[in-house]
Design a binder for this molecule. Structure first.
Ligand code: GAP
Length: 461
């Protein structure tokens, strides 16, 4: 286990080894945005695949959709985002840097004043809170800022033909609610059932940061789980929390780093019965990883009101019609990637050197097996290794590497978290076997080529 896991170590490994790059670096970077590199995109896709399998494909009660990013503007009026998806911001008058007002106040006083603009402005005006950037205590008033990104779309106008704003969705959930009726009409779903979606969401965060923890463009994996208003929802809510924690463990999180935070009743929206966040112990503090909320029938009722459509469920057993209530378990993709990276990172002393190894769970490791010829300049070894790579690549994501000495190749694969390295050496030509090295134990085993695919399949299960 690495003695001190800092964000710097993760950020630097991610860049060095092709997981995550700062976006638009040649132009000096861009607004805390990041690109997933070749191994990062494999890791992210594996996490999404694991989630989709666990919560959609393996469950008879959940179906998946993939809705648009640009949705009808009325949807965001109905959901309350146009009126209320706000954060409070404040500017330092001296250095002009912008901050979340509630964060600045809470960090300095320990008081959570979110939503109390006048109260925050009063505390800031007392002159005791210093700007974290320049140390001055000269603040503007705290004011609200809507976090939705706006754009325009051809043909989307008001009654007078004037262009009206179209929003980039700030969460994937909206696209699920507007498809509730289509799913009900086309699928044989019965309450309780869920609709799941993975996709991009956009928020014009006042302050983004902590690498990929808080981004302005990110991905979510969300489920709207529809239940009867009369159902005893508490045990199901608890069960969903457990499934969320279970998923965090499956991507590598350690139990001791996971906790829960229940939102205080007085902070909940009027329609919400309960909200609990799954928290993770990040190097920069204990922060939200996932969330679950009981949203009652608020969303379906609002969309029915704004669209003029009935969004009800007809219970086939009782013949009763009702608007289902909803539990909303929500998972951040990028925060999942960050947890997977942090949890996998390990440093081991090997003699005089330190071995850095990413001990990803095998299911999410970007590359499952790397195939090496012992020497690059021995065509018979290279040819055999390529032959083995061609066979294995039909079953697993593999990599062929003949670059540099074998020790360096092992170190590189350790740093990208490849569970198995397969080396073709001179003996291979005689005994038709290869050396398989295990990432975690570094133990080497001789395996017959004809048994290699089966051997790896079993190990990777
Ligand atoms: N539909 C409910 C919803 O969107 P949320 O707590 O605002 O709830 C859900 O977001 C999840 O999305 C969070 O738990 C987090 O994992 C992720 N998330 C939210 N804002 C994010 C951001 N700016 N950057 C990266 N991930 C974010």
């Amino acid at each position: 286990m690495a003695k001190e896991l800092t964000m710097d170590k993760i950020v630097s490994l991610c860049k060095r080894r092709g997981f995550i790059f700062p976006a638009c670096e040649i132009y000096g970077g861009f607004a805390n945005a990041y690109s997933y590199g070749p191994y990062g995109v494999e890791l992210k896709n594996n996490i999404k695949k694991l989630w989709w399998k666990k919560f959609v494909q393996d469950r008879p009660d959940i179906v998946g959709i993939d809705g648009p990013i640009l949705l009808h503007p009325k949807l965001w009026e109905a959901s309350g985002h146009v009126g209320g998806f706000n954060d409070a911001m404040v500017d330092c008058k001296k250095c002009k840097k912008r901050f979340r007002a509630d964060h600045i106040v809470e960090d300095a006083t320990g008081k959570d004043m979110e939503g109390d603009l006048a109260g925050m402005s009063k505390v800031l005006a007392e002159g005791k809170i210093k700007c974290p950037n320049c140390g001055a205590s000269d603040w503007t008033e705290a004011r609200t800022f809507n976090m939705m990104f706006k754009t325009e779309m051809n043909g989307i106008t008001d009654e007078e033909g004037k262009s009206i704003p179209v929003y980039l969705r700030p969460e994937t959930a909206g696209a699920i609610f507007v498809d509730f009726k289509n799913v009900l009409d086309s699928m044989r779903v019965k309450v309780p059932f869920g609709i799941a979606q993975i996709g991009k969401a956009f928020r014009n965060e006042i302050v983004a940061g902590n690498f990929i923890f808080r981004l302005r463009e990110f991905e979510q994996m969300e489920i709207e789980y529809f239940i009867s208003p009369e159902a005893k929802w508490e045990p199901l809510f608890e069960q969903w929390l457990k499934w969320q924690e279970e998923f965090a463990l499956e991507i590598g999180a350690r139990k001791e780093n996971i906790s829960r935070y229940e939102h205080p009743k007085e902070k909940l929206s009027h329609y919400s019965k309960k909200t609990i966040d799954t928290m993770y112990n990040f190097p920069f503090g204990i922060k939200e990883l996932y969330g679950i909320a009981h949203r009652s029938d608020f969303d379906l009722t609002q969309h029915a009101k704004f669209s003029g459509q009935k969004l009800e469920y007809l219970d086939p057993e009782t013949g009763k019609r009702y608007v289902p209530h909803v539990l909303e378990p929500t998972f951040g993709v990028d925060r999942s990637v960050l947890v997977a990276l942090l949890a996998a990172y390990d440093e081991e002393a090997t003699g005089e050197e330190t071995r850095t190894v990413m001990k990803f769970p095998k299911s999410i490791a970007p590359i499952k097996a790397a195939v090496f010829p012992l020497l690059k300049n021995k065509p018979e070894l290279v040819e055999k290794a390529k032959e083995i790579f061609d066979t294995l690549k039909t079953s697993f994501v593999c990599e062929f590497d003949d670059n540099g000495n074998i020790g360096k190749r092992y170190r590189r694969q350790d740093e990208i978290g490849t569970p198995y390295c397969v080396t073709v050496d001179f003996e291979t030509l005689e005994d038709k076997a290869v050396t398989v090295r295990d990432r975690d134990t570094m133990k080497q085993e001789r395996v017959k080529i004809e048994e290699l695919e089966k051997y790896l399949s079993e190990k990777l299960k």
